[in-house]
Design a protein around this ligand. Structure first.
Ligand code: ZN
Ligand code: ZN
Length: 235
């Protein structure tokens, strides 16, 4: 396992898997077949966006990371408001098995609970204990597993901090949300080609949060990704 964790590659299988992310030493399969499938509907909506956050009980999400995510959404979408709802706490069960897509879908079915009113939309973010399956990428930190659903492997953050040039939490939230918004080429067609040819679904620009080797130094979308968001009705 330790050797696997040192692999210096990322991989996103854009067409075949849901979307996961990690710093430069990670394989990075972090978006599934339906991540980005609701991108246009998300960014063009003018109602309220609810970001429901469930988390393993002893790992409360960082207020700063959630505030950054909210600001990035407000910057790029047309929602009248973006409200983050810290919702349920999941018990820590000392889970031994890595999370599979089917596990995450079952967890969401049990715990996703915030009611969405007419004209509103919601994104579901769940901070889970343990780690993701290797099929999600070696040592994933996050995974955009549905059109509006993100898993965050929060137990992996401490070990990832050095490789990530700081706390991974803010950029993981923004990066995975970028996949939901259709980046790169997942629902937001590229206006200027900028996809990383070595890892589909990621950006080749140097200072963009959608890089395959994203890290804490760059937590915003770069010019080419912003251009793609504007082209589907975002900002
Ligand atoms: Zn990614
Ligand atoms: Zn970019």
């Amino acid at each position: 396992m330790h050797r696997i964790r040192l692999l210096l590659t990322f991989a996103c299988v854009a067409a075949a898997l849901a979307a996961s992310c990690g710093p430069a030493s990670r394989d990075h399969h972090d978006h599934g077949p339906i991540a980005g499938g609701s991108a246009q509907g998300l960014v063009t909506n003018t109602g309220r966006l609810l970001v429901e956050v469930d988390h393993v009980a002893d790992r409360t999400p960082s207020a700063g990371a959630l505030a950054l995510l909210r600001q990035r959404l407000l910057d790029r979408g047309n929602w009248s408001a973006v409200d983050v709802v810290l919702d349920g706490k999941l018990p820590r069960l000392d889970r031994a098995e890595p999370w599979r897509l089917s596990d995450l879908l079952a967890l969401e079915a049990r715990h996703r609970s915030v009611a969405v009113g007419e004209g509103e939309q919601a994104i579901y973010v769940v901070y889970v204990e343990g780690q993701g399956e290797p099929e999600l990428g070696h040592w994933p930190l996050g995974w955009a597993y549905g059109p509006n659903s993100i898993a965050v492997f929060v137990d992996q953050f401490e070990e990832a901090a050095a490789l990530s040039h700081g706390d991974p939490e803010p950029w993981v939230l923004v990066h995975e949300t970028g996949h939901l918004l259709g980046l790169v080429g997942l629902g937001a067609p590229q206006q200027t080609f900028h996809e990383d040819l070595t890892r589909m679904g990621h950006c080749a620009e140097a200072a963009c949060v959608m890089r395959r080797a994203a890290d804490a130094r760059h937590t915003d979308f770069g010019p080419r990704c912003r251009e793609d968001l504007r082209a589907i009705g975002g900002r």
